[in-house]
Design a protein around this ligand. Structure first.
Ligand code: ADP
Ligand code: MG
Length: 592
C-alpha cells in the first residue's frame, strides 16, 4: 500500500480483517498467551477439586469408621495446598494478562500513529482531527480492555465450562446430560449476544468520535465561538451529541440486561439436582457424588457472571479494531517513491501547463506555466483565493497535480524520492505552526543534530535573536500551544530562522500576513532578503518592496497566470498588474 512515510518494525500485522488483525497481535505475545492459558486451566481444574474433595469427605462422614478423622485431615491439607497453588498461578496469570494487554495497546498505537504520518494531506484534509484523536486514544484503549479483562476472562470462563464437562462423566456418564445441554445453550446465547451487541458497540464508538471531533473543533475555534457569542448554541449542539452517545450506551446496557445465560444456569441447577436425586434413588450414585456434581455445576456460575462483562469488552474491542483498520487501510494517493531520484537539489523550478483541483470538479489552478532558475527569486502575486498557496503545495508534493508537470532540476517531482525532495525544500506557511517545544527545538526542527551556536546564528540572520533574548528563558522559552504566546511577526521570524538552520536550496515563503507595524516590517524585510540570497525563493507577498526586487513576477488571477515578467516589464505591459499594484500601495492591505 502506498504511504508517504514508513517505519520499519520488527513485526508485521495482518490488516485483512479485524479478527486477523487482533489475532496477529495476540500471536506475537505467544509466551504470555501460554502463561495465561496455563493459569486459566489450572484455576478451573483446582477450583473443581474442591467439590470433588468435599464429596469424598461427605461419603466418609455418612458411614464413619475409626480412620475417618485422619482422612478428613488429609483432605483439608490437600485443599489448602491446591488452593495455595491456585492463588500463585492466578497471580502469574493476571500479571501476564496485564503485560499482554499493555503490549498490544502499545503496538497498535505505534502502528496507527506511523500509519497516520504516512497518509497524504488529501486524507488529512477529509478526516476531522477529533475523530482521529478518538481512534488513537480511545479505540486503542478499547483493544487493551478487550485483552484484559475481556479476553482473559473469556479464556478463564472457557475452562470453567470445560473442566466440569470432563469431571462429571467420571461420576457417572448420564449425568453429563444437563451440563452438556447447558453448555450448548450457553455458547449459542453468547454468540447471539455478541452479534447483537457488536453493531451497538460500533455506534457507541462512532458517536464518541463525533463528540470528540466537535470538541476538538470548538476548542480550536474558541475565539470565533466567543467572538460571535455562540456559546449557548455550541453548548446545546454539543449537548445533543453527548446525549446521542449516552443513548447508544443505554441501548448497549439494555441488551446486556436481557442476558439469558442466568436463566439457563438456574434451569441447570434445578434439572441437574433432579437428575442426581433420581440416580441416587436407583442406587447408582452416592450422596457424595451429589455434593460433587452440584459443586461442578456451580462452577458454571463464573462464566455466566463474568461473560456479561467480558463479552461486551470484546464486542467493543472488535468494533474498535475495525475503526483502527479503516484508518490503516485507507489508500492514500502519494507514496515515498524510494527508487526515485535523490540527488542534491540545485533549484531550477518549472511548472509546465499545470492544472490542479482539490476535488475533480473544481480546478483551482488552470494551465499554469512558468520557470525559475536556481538562485532566483520569484514573486507570486494575486488576490485572495487566486491559488497562490495551492501552487506552492504542488512543489513539494503535498498534493499531486491533476494535469501538467512540476519539474525540479528538470525532473518531474513525481519521479523524485519524496524524502529527498521534501527535505531540500523549506516552506514557511501562511499560517505558521510552532510546536509546544522550546524555541531552540522549533528552530532546529528538521535537522538531525544541531549546535546551539548555529541556532543562534540562524536566529540573528532572521532578526529574531533580540526578541528571543528579551524572554526570561531566552532560547529555552517554551512556545505555547500553536505558538499562541508569540505575535505573527515573531512567529514568522522564527520560521525564517528555521529555514536558515536547515539551509535548503529552495525556500517557499507564503508571506500573506498583513498589518504589521513598519519597524517589524523592516526587520522581516531584511530577514527575507537575507534568506533569499543564494537559493531559489518563491515569495508570495503583498509587500511592494519585496515584489520590486524579485527577479521575476507571476501574476495569478482565479487560478490562471495572467502576466509574468520583471516589475518594470509588467508595469509597462500588464494592466492587471498595474491595478493590483495600485491597490497594494493602498494603506489597507488585504489578507490572502
Ligand atoms: P490564495 O493563497 O491565493 O489566497 P489558495 O491557494 O489558498 O489561494 O486557495 C485557492 C482556492 O482553493 C480557494 O478557492 C480555496 O477555497 C481553495 N482551497 C484551498 N485549500 C483547500 C483545501 N485544502 N481543500 C479544498 N479547497 C481548498
Ligand atoms: Mg494563501
Amino acid at each position: 500500500m502506498s504511504s508517504e512515510f514508513v517505519v520499519t518494525k520488527s513485526y508485521q500485522s495482518d490488516y485483512r480483517s479485524p479478527a486477523r488483525y487482533i489475532w496477529s497481535h495476540v500471536w506475537r505475545q505467544k509466551l504470555v498467551l501460554f502463561v495465561q492459558l496455563l493459569g486459566a486451566f489450572s484455576n478451573a481444574a483446582l477450583a473443581s477439586a474442591v467439590p470433588y474433595f468435599t464429596g469424598l469427605v461427605y461419603d466418609r462422614l455418612v458411614n464413619p469408621d475409626p480412620d475417618t478423622m485422619a482422612f478428613v485431615w488429609q483432605i483439608v491439607l490437600l485443599i489448602l495446598l491446591s488452593q495455595g497453588a491456585r492463588a500463585v498461578l492466578q497471580l502469574m496469570r493476571n500479571f501476564g494478562s496485564e503485560v499482554f494487554a499493555q503490549r498490544i495497546e502499545r503496538d497498535v498505537r505505534d502502528e496507527l500513529y506511523a500509519s497516520l504520518l504516512g497518509k497524504s494531506m488529501t486524507f488529512h484534509d477529509r478526516q476531522p482531527v477529533g475523530d482521529i484523536m478518538a481512534r488513537v486514544t480511545n479505540d486503542v484503549r478499547e483493544m487493551n480492555l478487550m485483552m484484559n479483562p475481556g479476553f482473559n476472562l473469556v479464556i478463564g470462563s472457557s475452562f470453567f465450562l470445560l473442566i466440569p464437562l470432563m469431571v462429571i462423566p467420571l461420576i457417572r456418564l448420564e449425568l453429563l446430560l444437563v451440563p452438556l445441554l447447558f453448555v450448548i445453550l450457553y455458547v449459542w446465547t453468547q454468540y447471539h449476544y455478541v452479534r447483537t451487541l457488536h453493531p451497538v458497540a460500533q455506534r457507541v464508538r462512532q458517536s464518541f468520535s463525533k463528540v470528540n471531533s466537535r470538541l476538538a473543533e470548538a476548542l480550536e475555534g474558541l475565539q470565533v465561538v466567543k467572538g460571535a457569542a455562540r456559546e449557548r448554541q455550541e453548548s446545546a449542539y454539543f449537548g445533543s451529541l453527548v446525549d446521542e452517545w449516552a443513548q447508544h450506551y443505554i441501548r448497549q446496557s439494555e441488551i446486556e440486561a436481557r442476558y439469558l445465560a442466568y436463566l439457563w444456569l438456574g434451569i441447570a441447577f434445578g434439572a441437574g439436582f433432579l437428575h442426581c436425586v433420581l440416580l441416587f434413588q436407583q442406587g447408582l450414585i452416592s450422596g457424595g457424588d451429589i455434593v460433587n456434581y452440584m459443586g461442578q455445576i456451580a462452577l458454571f456460575g463464573f462464566p455466566v457472571f463474568s461473560s456479561l462483562f467480558a463479552l461486551s469488552r470484546i464486542a467493543s474491542g472488535i468494533a474498535s479494531a475495525q475503526r483502527i483498520l479503516t484508518i490503516i487501510n485507507t489508500e492514500t494517493d502519494l507514496d515515498r517513491n524510494e527508487q526515485g531520484y535523490s540527488g542534491k537539489l540545485r533549484g531550477d523550478i518549472t511548472f509546465a501547463n499545470v492544472s490542479f483541483g482539490y476535488d475533480a470538479a473544481n480546478l483551482v489552478l488552470k494551465n499554469v506555466s512558468f520557470s525559475v532558475q536556481a538562485g532566483q527569486t520569484l514573486a507570486i502575486v494575486g488576490q485572495t483565493g487566486a491559488g497562490k498557496t495551492t501552487l506552492t503545495k504542488l512543489l513539494n508534493r503535498t498534493y499531486d497535480v491533476t494535469a501538467g508537470r512540476v519539474l525540479v532540476d528538470g525532473i518531474d517531482v513525481r519521479d523524485w524520492n519524496l524524502e529527498a525532495l521534501r527535505s531540500q525544500i523549506s516552506v514557511i506557511e501562511q499560517d505558521i505552526f510552532l510546536f509546544s517545544r522550546t524555541i531552540t527545538q522549533n528552530i532546529a526542527f528538521g535537522v538531525e543534530s544541531y549546535r546551539q551556536e548555529d541556532v543562534e546564528e540562524a536566529a540573528k540572520k532572521a532578526q529574531a535573536h533580540d526578541f528571543i533574548m528579551s524572554f526570561p528563558d531566552g532560547y529555552n522559552t517554551m512556545v505555547g500551544q500553536r505558538g499562541m504566546t508569540l505575535s505573527g511577526g515573531q512567529k514568522q521570524r522564527l520560521a525564517i530562522a528555521r529555514a536558515f538552520e536547515s539551509d535548503p536550496p529552495i525556500l517557499v515563503l507564503d508571506d500573506s500576513t498583513s498589518a504589521i507595524d513598519s519597524a517589524t516590517e523592516d526587520r522581516i524585510q531584511k530577514a527575507i532578503w537575507t534568506a533569499a540570497k543564494g537559493r531559489t525563493t518563491l515569495l508570495i507577498t503583498h509587500r511592494l518592496s519585496q515584489i520590486r526586487w524579485a527577479d521575476r513576477i507571476v501574476v495569478l488571477k482565479q487560478g490562471e497566470v495572467v502576466a509574468q515578467g520583471t516589475h518594470d516589464q509588467l508595469l509597462q505591459t500588464s494592466e492587471v498588474y498595474r491595478r493590483i499594484f495600485a491597490r497594494y500601495e493602498d494603506p489597507v492591505r488585504s489578507e490572502g
